[in-house]
Every structure is written in C-alpha cells, then in structure tokens.
Design a protein around this ligand. Structure first.
Ligand code: ZN
Length: 148
C-alpha cells in the first residue's frame, strides 16, 4: 500500500488523492499525521481498526502503533510460520536500512532495535515492552495472516 501525501507549499496544506475515486482530501499544515491516518482508514480499514484497538487497550502505545502501521502498510514484516529457532519474524527498520529480528524466549518477546534495548520503549500493563517493530509484528498477525 502506497500512501502518497503531498505538501502544497502555496496553500500550506497536505493533500491526499484517493486512488480509486480521484477524490482530493486536504489537511492543515501541521496535520500530516492525521492525513496519513485518514488515508490508511480508507485504503486498509482492517489495519486502521487493528491499530485503533491496540491504542484503545494500551494508550501508551499510540506513537509506536502508528509507526507500526507504516511498517505493515509498507510490507515491512516477514513472518516466519513456524518460527526459525526463536525468531518469529523479521521487521524492517523505519529508515529502510536494516531489519530487526523479533525473538521469543520463555514467552517473552524481544526486538534487537535500540529503542527496545535501551528500555525506552513503552510497557503494557501486563509488563510487555513494545517497540514499533514488535507492534508491527502484532498488527501483521491481526490483519495479514490467513485466518482458518
Ligand atoms: Zn524494535
């Protein structure tokens, strides 16, 4: 899914054109995040809803959840089913320059990224530390896996 949001310098606003209808939507200069969320809600309602539910349950995950949406939308999650050893998935870094292994050990999920390793990533009420890569893995399972 390619979300193409353009900034119009003269009008000082963001525009997004719905690819199928060609309808043009505009957003104020400081609302690029809102433009992106709106585009995702139109293009991939399941992904949008999954992110909204994650944030409703864990408000502290709001920032990582929307970054995770970008990773899932961009095809940045490679899920291993079954896992390769203790590696559940590989997730792209947001800068596109590398990938991080999502690993599980004794039921505890970890990521190799700096945000996770530095203990800066938010923690859920049940004690799980969640970076955007782990959030992306969870969202991927919710919206991209085949359901039987
Ligand atoms: Zn991570």
């Amino acid at each position: 899914m390619n979300v193409d949001i353009q900034y119009d310098r003269r009008a000082r606003q963001y525009t997004w054109i719905e690819p199928e209808s060609g309808e043009v939507f505009t957003f104020p200069a400081k609302a690029k995040g809102d433009a992106y969320k709106f585009a995702v809600s139109m293009l991939d309602p399941d992904l949008y809803t999954a992110a909204q539910r994650m944030i409703a349950r864990h408000p502290q995950l709001e920032r990582v959840a929307w970054k995770a949406v970008e990773l899932v939308a961009g095809g940045g999650v490679e899920n291993y089913a079954p896992p390769k050893g203790n590696v559940l998935a590989m997730v792209d870094s947001s800068d596109g320059l590398g990938r991080y292994a999502i690993q599980v050990e004794d039921g505890y999920t970890s990521c190799q990224c700096e945000h996770f390793a530095s203990f800066a990533a938010p923690v859920t009420d049940s004690g799980s530390r969640i970076c955007k890569h782990i959030a992306a893995y969870h969202l991927y399972l919710l919206v991209r896996e085949e359901r039987y």
